[in-house]
Design a protein around this ligand. Structure first.
Ligand SMILES: Cc1cc2nc3c(=O)[nH]c(=O)nc-3n(C[C@H](O)[C@H](O)[C@H](O)COP(=O)(O)OP(=O)(O)OC[C@H]3O[C@@H](n4cnc5c(N)ncnc54)[C@H](O)[C@@H]3O)c2cc1C
Ligand SMILES: Cc1cc2nc3c(=O)[nH]c(=O)nc-3n(C[C@H](O)[C@H](O)[C@H](O)COP(=O)(O)O)c2cc1C
Ligand code: SF4
Length: 649
């Protein structure tokens, strides 16, 4: 495919962008403790622009009023915060991209500090009832937005984006759900739009009418009386009249999850779920429209532009996963793109855990210094071609070592090969294809269909061994578990003949992520599914990102999976044909054709332990253990530990 339309220049106001690819605002959590922009953020955006060739970068949300309202972001509410930004702007522009600053405030969603909102109401948006913002405070805040925009202009930003999306303060004013005011800043559509309109008009008046101003806003809110449908178009047209130079069409917030239109969409929803909103808006306005959210593949991005559904496409996570996304398509190397799997680990780390810098599952080198080649070429053996072993082998090879990779199956992928079978997990399949491509072009010697054992490994006198042997099934103590109709989740996935569409009754025991996905998949295949777990439904998938969690749980309901939570006294009878259990004191007997166990996994540690026991003395190799064989987790940890082992050797 040629990507001519995607790569064609476009104007925002009078400002020309070299193409239609945007890196949207992404808070990567590397500002300093006193909320100044850091050199590492400058380096991150600079290298992204340098390698990538995007047209426009919108910098991460930046606080306009941190002096009064807490926000975990860099600040632009005083001149003293200007210096780092000057460097950022200079570097980004030097590499041919344009850069806008996103100006923001949290409002009622603030997890700490003074929490203000248009109305003091309870809402699923808010951690507690916020204070109703006074009219004086509104005026003061409008002033803060204007001051911030003027600073951005003085610094040299090509424009500013007002953050009215994701149900932060401005979005709260715009939404009939959260704005119940009766003064001129609420009451009706015009009243609800007054606060952002005064900000936009004020910026235009103070920075000059030709200074580009855009707005990011939610075209859909999964809330009672939330923004949807025609109202989103009315908002867009209103902003156009108010003078914005572009519209950045997003949706509400990850906290609401489980909607078909999440702001940070997980792999369970189709690519680009918000494009339909942008397309509807684009038909009714003449300023450029940016579409964002869950767009990862070049073909999809190009089709959006080619079919006139939007004027620009923003790709955030896709460019975390591959910071060369745009330059690869520009140079005909789109097949080389490392795909984002929309696992939302990056977002979870930033928003939920607040556990330091953002990381990417498939790109463990994100925000890290470039790799250095090794001083000495070493002989490396890697055992297991799941994500952990693949990443370790490829990294070690890239650094110049001689690498042999053993895999007992005839294909690469480990659990990922099974995990990508359901149709709603095609993002994972792309990752697998990417690893296959990297492996093929690498110097790694891949030996499939061969189980590696400690004596043979050591007999080859390697300098280093990486064990990435994965995990074994946990066997729950359930009477009757050995029956012939009982199988493990991985066995089911391996057994092609069971994947045909057809009727039948299946009990899935264990409602972790694997069990829930399996329940959904089996329903798609036409089976009547009983998903059984000892935990109460409210606690299912608690470790997952909220949007991933709620989407998956809602799919169970949508597809009619029978949820049997709080299940105790489980036993299997009549060769697995009857599953007995007790819930709230009531006994149940469920007749089934097949029982699938998904009760978790335990690390396969034996190879590592044997290698350690046998390899003693000065000549013994360095032995590393990565991924699920250390502790059973997910792709993120397997890849990260594989990467770290690969660069430690
Ligand atoms: C059905 C399913 C779906 C999943 N979906 C997701 C998901 O959507 N997102 C996510 O993050 N995680 C998911 N996971 C978990 C994720 O796949 C694992 O955490 C991850 O694959 C662990 O990687 P690994 O390399 O440590 O081990 P594995 O992927 O298990 O790979 C280990 C490999 O080592 C090989 N091996 C073992 N011993 C030897 C030996 N002695 N010689 C040669 N080869 C050997 C095995 O054959 C296997 O290929 C899923 C897991 C399952 C079971
Ligand atoms: C780690 C992370 C941080 C984000 N920070 C911001 C932000 O500061 N401002 C903003 O408007 N959106 C933010 N977003 C949302 C993105 O701009 C974008 O709307 C969303 O990620 C969907 O696009 P994508 O699928 O291309 O990543 C963030 C998203 C992620 C994953
Ligand atoms: S962490 Fe997951 S969702 Fe985030 S960019 Fe990486 S692959 Fe995509």
């Amino acid at each position: 495919m040629d990507f001519e339309r995607l790569l064609a220049p476009i104007k925002i106001g009078n400002l020309e962008l070299r193409n239609r690819i945007v890196f949207p605002p992404i808070d990567v959590q590397i500002h300093s403790d006193d909320r100044r922009v850091q050199q590492r953020y400058i380096d991150f955006l600079t290298s992204l622009v340098q390698k990538n060739g995007v047209g426009l970068v919108i910098s991460e949300f930046t606080s306009v009023a941190n002096d009064r309202f807490w926000m975990p972001a860099s600040r632009i509410d005083s001149d003293k915060f200007i210096p780092g930004f000057e460097k950022l702007v200079e570097e980004v522009k030097r590499h041919g991209a344009r850069i806008f600053m996103q100006l923001a405030m949290l409002g009622g969603r603030a997890p700490k500090g003074k929490r203000i909102a248009p109305s003091a109401i309870q809402s699923p948006l808010y951690p507690g009832v916020p204070e109703e913002i006074s009219r004086d405070e509104i005026q003061w805040l409008i002033g803060k937005w204007l001051d911030a925009a003027q600073r951005a202009k003085r610094i040299g930003f090509d424009g500013v984006e007002v953050h009215g999306g994701h149900s932060y303060l401005i979005g709260e004013f715009m939404s009939p759900h959260s704005n119940l005011r009766e003064d001129e800043y609420g009451g009706d559509f015009e009243g609800r739009m007054r606060f952002p309109t005064e900000i936009i008009r004020g910026i235009k008046a103070s920075c000059g009418s030709d200074y580009p101003v855009g707005i990011k806003f939610s075209a859909f809110e999964a809330l009672n009386d939330g923004i949807r449908g025609a109202m989103a178009v009315d908002i867009a047209q209103w902003f156009e009249k108010a003078g914005v130079d572009y519209l950045h069409v997003s949706s509400s917030t990850y906290m609401l999850g489980g909607t078909p239109y999440p702001d940070v969409p997980p792999l369970f929803v189709p690519e680009g779920p918000l494009v339909e909103f942008a397309a509807r808006i684009k038909k009714r306005v003449s300023v450029p429209v940016i579409t964002v959210a869950g767009i990862v593949t070049p073909d999809f991005a190009h089709t959006v532009i080619a079919e006139n559904k939007a004027d620009l496409v923003a790709l955030g996570r896709a460019m975390f996963a591959d910071p060369e996304w745009a330059s690869k398509i520009a140079s005909g190397r789109e097949k080389e793109i490392r795909p984002c799997i929309r696992c939302n680990m990056c977002h979870k780390k930033m928003i939920i855990d607040r556990a330091g810098e953002v990381e990417c599952t498939v790109n463990p080198g994100l925000l890290k210094p470039p790799l250095k080649p090794s001083h000495r070429r070493k002989r490396v053996i890697v055992v297991g071609a799941g994500p952990g072993g693949l990443e370790a082998a490829l990294m070690a090879s890239e650094r110049g070592h001689d690498v042999v990779l053993f895999e007992r199956e005839d294909e690469i992928g480990g659990n990922v090969r099974l995990g990508c079978i359901p149709p709603f997990k095609s993002d994972l399949k792309r990752l697998l294809d990417h690893y296959a491509w990297r492996l093929e072009k690498s110097a790694v010697k891949f030996i499939p269909s061969q189980e590696a054992h400690a004596p043979e490994i050591l007999s080859k006198a390697p300098d280093a061994v990486v064990v990435a042997a994965g995990a074994r099934e946990l066997i729950p103590s359930i009477p009757g578990i050995g029956d012939k109709r009982v199988m493990y989740a991985r066995e089911f996935y391996r057994s092609q003949k069971l994947h045909k569409k057809g009727e039948g009754r299946v009990a899935v025991i264990g409602a972790g992520t694997v069990g829930c996905e399996l329940g959904w998949y089996l329903s798609i295949l036409g089976r009547k599914v009983f998903l059984i777990d000892i935990l109460s439904f409210d606690h299912w998938l608690e470790e997952e990102h909220p949007t991933n969690r709620l989407t998956l749980l809602e799919k169970l309901e949508e597809w009619g999976v029978n949820v049997l939570d709080n299940a105790t006294d489980l036993s299997l009878e009549q060769g697995g044909e009857l599953v007995r259990l007790r819930r709230d004191g009531i006994e149940y007997g469920i007749s089934t054709d097949i029982v699938i166990l998904s009760a978790g996994y335990t690390p396969s540690e034996s190879l590592f332990n044997e290698l350690r026991a046998r390899a003693e003395g000065e000549d013994s190799p360095a032995i590393y253990q990565v991924g699920d064989c250390v502790s059973v987790r997910d792709i993120h940890w397997a890849v990260l530990e594989g990467y770290e082992a690969g660069i430690a050797i």
